[in-house]
Design a binder for this molecule. Structure first.
Ligand code: NAP
Length: 390
């Protein structure tokens, strides 16, 4: 693509996770690269099995050991905990690194999240710089960040907006650790490793199947709404895109020629109206009624002993952005023009996140038993469904 040498081999971290699994699949399907997948495990056998289990969900179990090779390793240990010669062999082999591993626990204290979100970046940079030492050729480092790294802004932001001190204004420690992680990779860039920073917004279910994952923030909101019989009204607008588009965009952008310190925003140009997702619950047949968002949040907090409600209650501060609870939790416009220009050049123009998409998401949540069976569609006109606006 664009005269860029083809990717021959890549390391993916976080391969057993949501995005990391999709990145392995996307690299295996769209490139000729051999993919090395870092998996937390204390043996090759266990790493291979964990990766196989993950990629089976994406129809790629038969590629494990062929195009996708499990590497047992822990980002919290120097050299991933690998013997020095194995670490050197990996460093010499991989010409690109996709660093997706992280703690995405939005309620974790700063010190806990920092261990992997900042410490893990340092371990990845150690590998990148070792490759440069050994071969004279730095790998390209594609770092998965988050739009939360520029959270706390009160004005419009774009891809040039640095992750900086305004992130300290958010009470979400995860976001602050991801901002510091961006600074770590930029420091590596200054020392000679070409870096791409990819900032997804809210990542939602697969566009085609509707299937999602435990780190999809819409899941706690939808489950809690069904469990308490009410949905928050009004709710917020959040930059978002589907997991398959985020993975496809990451790989497409990685195949472009290296340009110094590129940052991309992996979210649709228009933010997702949370009511669009909530409306699918009503269409699925749940008898929900609207409730002012503050009252809804109090109800959720009161009902936190219900396992279907607890994940939403546990989001605390982060959940307030989903509801746009007060002016401090309204996400300002986040521009993605540079990203979508580049993606259009790469032929990526995804279909809209419309009602049919959220109907697939609701159906998948039911079939995956993340939602109880719906009691049935209500007669027209009786059900106070939120207008699905985008
Ligand atoms: N989910 C979202 O909505 C969202 C939005 C914006 C940005 N992001 C970013 O996207 C990336 C991927 O998120 P995700 O939703 O895919 O997360 P996820 O499903 O929770 O996956 C996290 C991955 O990191 C791995 N990991 C954690 N600690 C590790 C360690 N010490 N050593 C090696 N691997 C370790 C996990 O391995 P185990 O399986 O062993 O635990 C897992 O494979 C993250 O960088 C996140 O900040 C996510």
């Amino acid at each position: 693509m664009n005269g860029t040498p083809p990717l021959r081999s890549a390391l993916v971290t976080g391969a057993t996770g949501w995005l990391g699994g999709y990145l392995c699949a996307e690299l295996a399907r769209r490139t000729l690269a051999v993919v090395y997948a870092l998996v937390r495990a204390n043996s090759h056998t266990t790493a291979h099995q964990r990766l196989t289990d993950r990629l089976r969900l994406l129809g790629l179990a038969n590629q494990v050991g062929e195009r996708v090779i499990a590497v047992p390793g822990d980002l919290l240990r120097p050299r991933f905990g690998l013997p020095a010669h194995d670490h050197d062999a990996l460093a010499e082999t991989v010409d690109a690194i996709f660093h997706s591993a992280a703690s995405v626990n939005l309620a974790a204290p700063y010190e806990d999240a920092a261990q992997i979100n900042i410490g893990g970046v340092r371990t990845v940079v150690e590998l990148a710089e070792r490759r440069t030492e050994l071969t004279g050729h730095p790998p390209r480092l594609h770092h998965i960040s988050t739009l939360g790294a520029i959270g706390g802004l009160r004005t419009e932001a774009d891809e040039r907006t640095p992750a900086a001190s305004h992130t300290a204004a958010t009470g979400v420690a995860y976001a602050r650790t991801k901002a510091v992680a961006e600074q770590e990779v930029l420091a590596a860039q200054a020392r000679g490793t070409p870096v791409t920073i990819l900032r997804p917004g809210l990542i939602t279910a697969d566009y085609t199947t509707g299937h999602t994952w435990e780190s999809d923030l819409l899941v706690p909101l939808l489950r809690a709404s069904v469990a308490v019989g009410h949905y928050p009204d009004p709710a917020g607008h959040v930059p978002a895109d589907t997991i398959d588009t985020v993975a496809a965009a990451t790989v497409a952008l990685a195949r472009r020629p290296a340009i110094t310190a590129q940052t991309f925003h992996l979210a649709r140009p228009a933010p997702l109206a949370i009511t669009t997702a909530l409306a699918a619950l009503c269409r699925a047949g749940y008898p929900l009624s609207p409730m002012p968002r503050d009252a809804w949040q109090r109800l959720v907090d009161d009902r936190a002993d219900d396992p279907a409600v607890l994940p939403m209650a546990a989001l605390h501060e982060a959940g307030r952005y989903l509801l746009a609870s007060d002016p401090a939790h309204v996400i300002p416009p986040i521009r993605c023009d540079r990203t979508w220009t580049a993606l259009a050049e790469a032929g990526i123009t995804p279909p809209p996140l419309d009602d049919a998409y959220f109907d697939r998401v609701a159906a998948a949540l039911i079939s995956d038993q993340l939602l109880p069976p719906a009691p049935g569609a209500q007669p027209t006109g009786r059900q106070p469904c939120p207008a699905s606006t985008r």
